[in-house]
Ligand binder design. Structure first.
Ligand code: ATP
Ligand code: MG
Length: 563
């Protein structure tokens, strides 16, 4: 019953994209002594989402394909938003996705001393200065795309003054925002990023790893290239918004004369019907619109895992989404397609009735139980068969019976016949109603000649429905999910609050579904196909020894497109 193993897919083909072309060329020219060393550099300020997963698969995939190395590096340069909980979840997610960093977990904050020394070097070269302007003043003097910026009145401090002030910044003599260290580049540069960018800010805050050792923190632009250089990364792959920062990345490394990786940009992966910004995801968590970062409706890696996704399906999705140079939005249906395809191959089939309607089979002897054979997975004969108990009282789905059916309805109707999956053809003889006129029970007869797989009777019916034996079925909670947002791009309209676009019906809880008895001993994370309902996995958060909780991973078909 343990179908939760995720055997490595060894026949993965090498995905070709423009980054591979660049690396192929570098291998030819021997640019990095024919080495390939990539990294995934998350900031530990939230849980990883499907876009991060794409970046992990890309970076790790490149290292694997070129027999290179892959680092996990925390870009922990902002103490105010970062937490150890995020560090831990990120490590778990990267490993789960198959990003093998071996023993190479690094923390940018461990390089702070080296970065500080390099900053001192730039000051000594006359390439950096301490500025007393505040953030607003700096912004005002920065100029625009059409107008050059103006120099700060503090720009021409002497090297000695700058060295002294920078040291005192580090010692904690100034308050937040009182001073910054800036690179001295060119206030008239057409690239705004080169207009004396900030290298250090004063932040008096406790750092999750460094404690109160530091009160000056490096900016992304200053720190990132140094981190890559220290780790001797060859290809520093980042998202498109950093394209205009590349000249700055190069400027810092050139001025310091240190080892110089190649920055390469690619387009972010986006997904429709959800948001990807960590700030917005955090808001959903904090305001309790979802039940944590791993709520199965979230686009996070931990949510997808909890929902029953496999690493293989996520890897296939990110491969199929493609690595491009222009931003685009991937269809949620594509993500669902990859998990459906994967689970079709590996998930044990089972029967579950979500909204039960009782049937008494009047000609089946009371107290008798017949064990019937059911196929575990028609896609994989090696998964074998199982026994399912059949008895006089069973439950079927309420929607599989209609008193006044529309044309083309092939399930059970008064006087009509239907096949019970793996069992017999039954005929509806009598409809029992309560005082409100609602159907509460059906009395049927079964035809013993029609047992599945025996071929004794040639009788054929159009419909086949699933069922469970009343006496043997196990109660379980089943959770069905829909899109988290009602519109394709919830954050497209900046004027509108994305929270107003949440889908109020994204979670449906069925407290008392009935499942096949064999599933009683399922373990957290086990995956099944409930015939006709979709793929489900045992919830890791709410399942207890008393109660099984199933999450629907995905429906059997793309039901969304039919709505
Ligand atoms: P922020 O920096 O606003 O907190 P972020 O999503 O950029 O958010 P990081 O932790 O900096 O978060 O991301 C780590 C890595 O993942 C970066 O290299 C980043 O480029 C990459 N990444 C982030 N989002 C996506 C995405 N949607 N598609 C592909 N790569 C992404
Ligand atoms: Mg970022």
């Amino acid at each position: 019953m343990n179908n939760n193993n995720t055997p490595e897919n060894t026949s993965e083909k090498k995905p070709k994209n423009f980054i591979y072309e660049i690396i192929d060329e570098d291998m030819k020219t021997g640019k990095f002594e024919k080495r390939v060393h990539t990294r995934f550099p998350p900031e530990p300020n939230g849980y990883l989402h499907i876009g991060h997963a794409a970046s992990i698969c890309l970076n790790y995939g490149i290292a694997r394909d070129y027999n290179g190395k892959f680092n996990l590096r925390f870009d922990d340069t902002n103490p105010e938003k970062e937490e150890i909980e995020y560090v831990e979840s990120i490590i778990q997610d990267v490993k789960w996705l198959g990003g093998d960093f071996e023993d190479r977990i690094f923390y940018a904050s461990d390089y702070f001393e080296q970065m500080y020394n390099w900053a001192v070097e730039l000051i000594k070269k006359g390439k950096a200065y301490v500025d007393d302007l505040n953030a607003d003043e700096i912004r005002e003097l920065r100029g625009t795309l059409t107008e050059p910026g103006k120099e700060s009145p503090f720009r021409n401090r002497t090297v000695d003054q700058n060295l002294d002030l920078f040291e005192r910044m580090r010692k904690g003599e100034y308050k937040n925002g009182e001073k910054v260290l800036r690179a001295k580049i060119d206030m008239a540069s057409p690239n705004l990023n080169l207009r004396d960018p900030i290298m250090y800010r004063i932040v008096h805050a406790e750092h999750h790893r460094q404690g109160s050792k530091w009160c000056i923190y490096p900016t992304y632009d200053w720190a990132h290239g140094l981190e890559d250089s220290i780790e001797r990364i060859t290809h520093s792959i980042c998202t498109l918004e950093f394209e205009n920062h590349r000249p700055l990345y190069d400027w810092f490394l050139n001025e310091l004369g240190v080892y110089h990786p190649q920055q390469i940009e690619f387009a972010r992966i986006n997904l429709n019907y959800t948001v990807m910004s960590k700030r917005k995801l955090l808001k959903l968590v904090q305001e309790k619109y979802v039940d944590g970062w791993d709520d199965p409706r979230m686009p996070t890696v931990s949510a997808l895992r909890r929902r029953g996704y496999t690493p293989e399906a996520i890897r296939n999705f990110t491969d199929n989404s493609g690595i491009a140079k222009r931003d685009k939005v991937s269809d949620y249906a594509l993500l669902e397609f990859s998990i459906r395809e994967d689970l079709n191959k590996r998930a044990q089939r089972a029967m579950a009735v979500l909204h039960p309607l009782k049937i008494v089979i009047t000609n089946f002897p009371d107290g008798e139980v017949e064990e019937l054979d059911a196929v575990n997975n028609p896609e994989d004969p090696d998964m074998g068969t199982r026994k399912i108990p059949f008895s006089r009282e069973i439950f079927v789905e309420q929607t599989d019976f209609m008193e006044n059916p529309p044309k083309g309805y092939h399930r059970l109707i008064p006087g009509g016949e239907v096949r019970l999956r793996y069992a017999y053809i039954i005929k509806c003889e009598e409809v029992i109603k309560n005082e409100k006129g609602e159907v509460v029970e059906l009395h049927c007869t079964f035809d013993p000649e029609t047992k599945s797989g025996t071929g004794i009777s040639k009788k054929k019916v159009k419909g086949t429905i699933h069922w469970v034996s009343a006496k043997h079925a196990v109660e379980a909670e089943v959770r069905l999910y829909d899109r988290l947002f009602m519109v394709e791009q919830p954050d497209a309209d900046k004027e509108k609050d994305f929270m107003e676009l949440l889908n109020p019906n994204s979670l449906e809880i069925i407290p008392n579904a009935l499942i096949e008895p064999l599933l009683k001993d399922s373990k957290s994370g086990d995956r099944f196909q409930f015939e006709r309902h979709g793929y489900f996995s045992v919830d890791t958060k709410y399942t207890t020894s008393e109660k099984l909780v199933f999450n629907r991973t995905v429906t059997l078909k793309d039901s969304w497109s039919k709505k």
